[in-house]
Design a binder for this molecule. Structure first.
Ligand code: FE2
Length: 209
């Protein structure tokens, strides 16, 4: 009689993507839009000149939007989500704390996109979807193995074997991930504004010197 094989398949180094839907998304987003319209009028497009992609962003022109009184509750919401993510990851901060460091506005119209990138020098990064017209582009995540050069064809793509995974945008969702996770926004083939607030979290001393 043939002895049974013993085999273990481990899933090591998963990429944690945490999605939290705001409990009062419609009201919350309506309030955010009032502030966003002011920002859009006041703050010029800060798209770096060396980007090959196009969209309106305040990343370089006003990257600390969370300090505005009108975005106080937004800052509290995303910080609570980041804290929960840190608990799942068993982060230990010691004499430091997780700190909302950057917050900027992105508006994608027809033909706009964002190249593949990550956010160096930060711990966690996230995207909150304020406005999502029908057919707006996904947020596309990339596997740490996405540069694999030889890959056999797949019977079916799964989270275990795919090299990229689209996250469909949904107004009221906050998506948070490790800042090293590569992501992009593919060509936005629709009319109307796809509006997001992006954030970075870093570690700061508990007592600022
Ligand atoms: Fe990003």
């Amino acid at each position: 009689m043939k002895s049974e094989e013993t085999r273990i398949t481990e899933y090591l180094f998963p990429t944690l993507i945490q999605v939290t839907h705001h409990p009062s998304a419609d009201i919350f987003n309506a309030e955010l839009m009032k502030e966003i319209l002011v920002i859009r009028d006041e703050v010029p497009n800060g798209k770096p000149s060396n980007w090959s992609c196009d969209h309106y962003t305040t990343m370089t022109t006003e990257g600390r939007l969370h300090s505005r009184p009108g975005l106080k509750s937004f800052a509290e919401f995303v910080t609570a989500c980041a804290t929960h993510y840190g608990e799942i990851m068993r982060y230990h901060y010691g004499d430091k704390r997780l700190h909302l460091n950057d917050c900027w506005l992105n508006i994608y119209g027809r033909g706009h996109s964002q190249d593949i990138h990550n956010h160096p020098n930060h711990i966690l990064s996230g995207v909150y979807f304020v406005k999502v017209p029908k057919g707006a582009s996904n947020l596309l995540f990339y596997s740490p193995h996405y540069k694999t050069m030889i890959r056999p064809p797949l019977i079916v793509e799964t989270p275990a074997n795919c090299l990229s995974m689209p996250y469909p945008p949904n107004a009221g969702d906050f998506v948070i991930f490790e800042s090293s996770t590569k992501h992009s926004v593919p060509y936005n083939d629709m009319d109307g504004d796809r509006i997001t607030l992006a954030v970075n979290f870093s570690l700061e001393p508990l007592v600022m010197k």
